[in-house]
Design a binder for this molecule. Sequence first.
Ligand SMILES: NC(=O)c1ccc[n+]([C@@H]2O[C@H](COP(=O)([O-])OP(=O)(O)OC[C@H]3O[C@@H](n4cnc5c(N)ncnc54)[C@H](O)[C@@H]3O)[C@@H](O)[C@H]2O)c1
Ligand SMILES: [Zn+2]
Ligand SMILES: [Zn+2]
Length: 367
Amino acid sequence: MRGIVFDGKTTEFVDGLTVRAPGPRDVIVEIAAAGLCHSDISYMSGLYPVPSPGVCGHEGAGIVAEVGNAVTHVEVGDHVIIATLAACGFCDRCNDGKPTACRQTLGNWTQPFELDGQPIYNFAATSAMVERTVVRDIQCVKIPDDVPLTSAALVGCGVVTGMGSVFNRANVKRGQSAAVFGVGGVGLNVIQALKVQGASTIIAIDTEPKKEALARQFGATHFLDGTREDIVEAIVSLRPWNDEMLRGPFNGGGVNWAFDCVAHPVVTNNALESLDWEGTVVVIGVPSATAEFKGLYGRLVQVDRGIIGCRYGAISPHRDIPRIIDLYRRGEVLLDELVSQTFPIENWKDAVHGLESGMVARGVLTF
Ligand SMILES: NC(=O)c1ccc[n+]([C@@H]2O[C@H](COP(=O)([O-])OP(=O)(O)OC[C@H]3O[C@@H](n4cnc5c(N)ncnc54)[C@H](O)[C@@H]3O)[C@@H](O)[C@H]2O)c1
Ligand SMILES: [Zn+2]
Ligand SMILES: [Zn+2]
């Protein structure tokens, strides 16, 4: 099989991969499309403390090719989105609808692939940049056949991460305001979920001016250039304390929510500084394991502000993915528009270039 392998130092397109046979609760998925998420680039840059060599990709959709003998909810030929959560399904977190906190979902690396006799790890329990992968049955969410698999692939990470952070982790109320730092595949989905929730002011911020048109298409009411020195003031001036004063006591004025889809210490602090009283920063971006940020303690207590993180949109895949597909079929959220360009898997480097140059919302690899 063809696929993309990161060996700990470099990433290569290879031919000759094999995948193990499915166990009783496993599913072999023939991948139709794999999105290139920024986390793939971080993985290929050695930013994550995970073992290698491994098959890349974690944002995929495809068609069920084989099922283990205990699998009951999907069958051969079904179209599926792969969720990266290989959750146990039995613990209290799973049963509380919070499988992102299921202890089985991090660190359970396996080596289901082989290349020239050498065992190869999977990535994020998924490995979508390969012709066929093996995943747990609970990871396969069945979707209608008429949803294009290139669009469906993006639901596997960028879409659920962005939309879920708004629907599940934040508690955005109709009429509230939000700033979204980083208009990539994740940030665009934060923006469109904010629109669904009825946020009145959605301020998109990106260092790449080409992202303005996309941000507005997905629902941003304002766009600001993230390279501005006075970015905090620019955000707050759209939601000032009152008609006379930009800022009130204890740094009042600003937005109710700030979503950090970049993960740079300066961005996280700017997000905190942009908050009105009772505002919350939701950190979604993933920096290196040792990155730190600094902020003023005083902002938190005065008055009731917070900083929270969000893994994978805090989703429960079998609840949230069908809801998102339903919103898409009713025209309330955009998925096809996230696919800026498709690339044959061999040309994966062009997709990396597209993401790094800010040319694409998402580049999608096809087989
Ligand atoms: N929490 C999770 O579960 C989860 C899941 C998926 C992705 N992520 C992380 O989310 C982040 C975003 O992922 P993505 O796929 O959307 O990336 P992306 O590369 O598509 O988008 C990032 C955007 O941020 C912009 N940007 C860079 N520096 C900026 C700055 N200083 N101010 C404003 N904008 C800036 C870039 O121009 C780009 O448009 C990454 O760190 C990724 O690893 C987290
Ligand atoms: Zn569990
Ligand atoms: Zn991702």
